[in-house]
Write a protein that binds this ligand. Structure first.
Ligand code: SF4
Ligand code: SF4
Length: 438
């Protein structure tokens, strides 16, 4: 097989065998959900419900707080018990959340929906916006904005991201095998909105069954591109380069080279919204890792606490393991969770439970392994150093803002330096000092 790829990257153990053969199962409904008003890039949504109010599944509970923002919906049918600020580990700050006690099975409040071919581009974008759809691969950028780039950006190519390069995670793999018809409808809708004819899907070579299946199933409609299995093959810029040979300029976006990238699960969510009227209130995720008793792939309601998922779907952690490390996402880009009552959010494609590893953080021996693997051509050891010394302007000059936070540098570092932690903090401080401007 001729495999497309990019320069740099790492080969962590894949660990997909824990869950890749397990079909996606529907989770029972949780009794309580905690729904953040910020589950997307951009301005937080504003809560539009009050304590004591009855809500239906799919009812709007948060309205966009700006141009780049997203609607938020109730994932269950019940009563609002709290509206308050709760610490949100993803955004590193306390944000407004709506707590809902479930009282019955679903009573749905649906969006206008029907045959997608009868809707105009504007109507389709409006449904996607009202459905609160954001990038489900983890980026959580509002999809209606991404599918509607400024007029001076001519888009000619849509790339569907089926790489799923994060170790352990298998939900996109299962989606491609089990939901190919729905995903294809989502792709047709995105194609109509963007007005493009070139559609590719990139899939890593460790998912041979999905590659062969979709080549056959989507023949003549979507070009299936097998990709080398290498992390971070699914990062947007690396995926675009591997498939089209185009390089997104430094500081630029995919639309600067005429490309829009969408995740397979996002395509599924678009079909659900437009054809069935269902806003984004649940998603597929992988529950996995060496510490969980029962790994699997699940449909789970947004706002379900991780503790509930671990106990009810994963049968808890294995006995005799102390200090299990739980990540929202996979081991490379996942966010460590210190409070298991944290609820899942729209961009949450997995929960990975790991056996604790040895301590991190000795000193740099200038081996340059991190430089060799950086897919963005950066000097991670230098970014770490400048970040720690608070020399933010200098760090920006050597590419701080180009870092895609993939974690490849930390993965290969013999000194176990956690570059991404320093880089994320440095970006945050730099942007705060610059008043939010880049
Ligand atoms: S510096 Fe950033 S882009 Fe480069 S390897 Fe490290 S995390 Fe990835
Ligand atoms: S891999 Fe680690 S030890 Fe080697 S140069 Fe980079 S930061 Fe230093």
């Amino acid at each position: 097989m001729n495999l497309a790829t990019f320069k740099g990257g790492v080969h962590p153990p894949e660990k997909k065998e824990l869950s890749k053969e397990i079909p996606i199962q529907k989770s029972p409904l949780p009794d309580k959900v905690v729904v953040f008003m910020q589950q997307h890039t951009g301005a937080p949504a504003k809560p539009v419900v009050e304590v004591g109010q009855k809500v239906k599944t799919g009812q709007i509970i948060g309205e966009p707080g700006g141009f780049i923002s997203a609607y938020v919906h109730s994932p269950v049918t019940g009563t609002v018990t709290e509206v308050k600020k709760i610490s949100n580990i993803i955004f590193g700050k306390a944000v407004e959340a709506v707590v809902i006690q479930r009282e019955s099975e679903d009573e749905w409040e649906l969006l206008p929906h029907g045959d997608y071919e009868k809707f105009s581009k504007e109507e389709l974008l409006d449904i996607i916006k009202k459905a609160g759809i954001v990038g489900l691969g983890g980026a959580m950028f509002p999809t209606h904005v991404k599918l509607n780039p400024p007029q001076d950006k001519k888009i000619d190519t849509l790339i569907i991201n089926g790489a799923e390069c994060e170790p352990y995670l298998t939900i996109d793999h299962r989606m491609m095998l089990e939901k190919s018809e729905e995903i294809l409808i989502g792709i047709k809708i995105a194609k109509k909105i963007l007005g493009v004819n070139n559609v590719y899907i990139g899939i890593e070579s460790n998912k041979k069954d999905a590659i062969e299946f979709l080549k056959n199933k989507w023949k003549g409609q979507v070009i299936v591109v097998p990709l080398k299995t290498k992390y971070p093959q699914g990062a947007e810029k690396q995926l675009i380069y591997a498939i089209t040979g185009k390089e997104v300029p430094r500081g630029g976006l995919p639309m600067d080279v005429g490309v829009v990238v969408q995740n397979v699960s996002t395509m599924y969510a678009i079909k659900e919204a437009v054809v069935d009227g269902k806003p984004l209130v649940e998603r597929g995720l992988t529950l996995t890792g060496e510490a969980i008793k029962r790994p699997g792939n699940w449909w789970v309601r947004i706002g379900t606490p991780i503790s509930w998922i671990v106990e009810n779907l994963g049968e808890g952690f294995k006995e005799g393991i102390e200090n299990v490390k739980v990540l929202m996402g996979g081991p490379m880009m996942g966010i460590p969770i210190n409070n298991l009552d944290t609820p899942i959010v729209k961009g949450n494609n997995g929960i990975t439970s790991l056996i604790p590893e040895e301590q991190r953080g000795t000193f740099c021996i200038r081996c340059s392994y991190c430089v060799d693997v950086c897919p963005m051509g950066l000097q991670p050891y230098l970014l770490d150093l400048l970040g720690k010394k608070r020399k933010y302007d200098e760090a920006v000059e050597v590419g701080l803002l180009d870092c895609i936070e993939c974690g490849s540098c930390s993965y290969v570092c013999p000194a176990k330096i956690e570059h991404v932690k320093t880089i994320k903090l440095a970006k945050k401080v730099y942007r705060a000092l610059r008043g939010g401007k880049k």
